[in-house]
Design a protein around this ligand. Sequence first.
Ligand SMILES: [Zn+2]
Ligand SMILES: [Zn+2]
Ligand SMILES: [Zn+2]
Ligand SMILES: [Zn+2]
Length: 186
Amino acid sequence: MSGKINEQLFSAHEHALEHQESCPNCGIELVIRNSKRGPFLGCGGYPDCDYIKPLNHNDGHIVKYLGQPCPDCGEELLLRQGRYGMFIGCSGYPGCQHIESPEKKKAENTQLACPDCGKGHLVERKSRYGKVFYACDQYPSCRFAVNNKPVAGSCQQCGFRLLIEKKLASGTKLQCADRKCHHYQE
Ligand SMILES: [Zn+2]
Ligand SMILES: [Zn+2]
Ligand SMILES: [Zn+2]
Ligand SMILES: [Zn+2]
């Protein structure tokens, strides 16, 4: 947990010089913007002014640990709240510079491999009616989807490589995610 120690140093440091940074070109406040390569700081006056600078991890304090591994180094990802808004950083910082935007993370995958195609991952989605479901991110080439929260594991009955969480009157049970089986796990 070296990340935690670093963080304490950073936040002490940060409180000393907390201020809203503004654009050196036009004086408008900087805001977090997103590109395909991840978030960065851009001038709030965009598109009139196109000043940008990289977002630093110590521009934000830790809100929570996300329980998900960094795709670059495998350390835990964490959500940070900075002067410019929320972003996701790596707890391996400063050794790892991985950074991403929380907007992306919201539709982010559950880290569970699709049991159907084996290539994709299951991603949380919302139907037109606002109902949450989980679908393979290889859609439309793979159409695997489940309506209940997917859980890692294999079915005791058929060996299908995904379980779902089913809420019953008697409590929450794990069920095989294969429609042809739907076996309740012991
Ligand atoms: Zn500007
Ligand atoms: Zn990392
Ligand atoms: Zn799939
Ligand atoms: Zn099964």
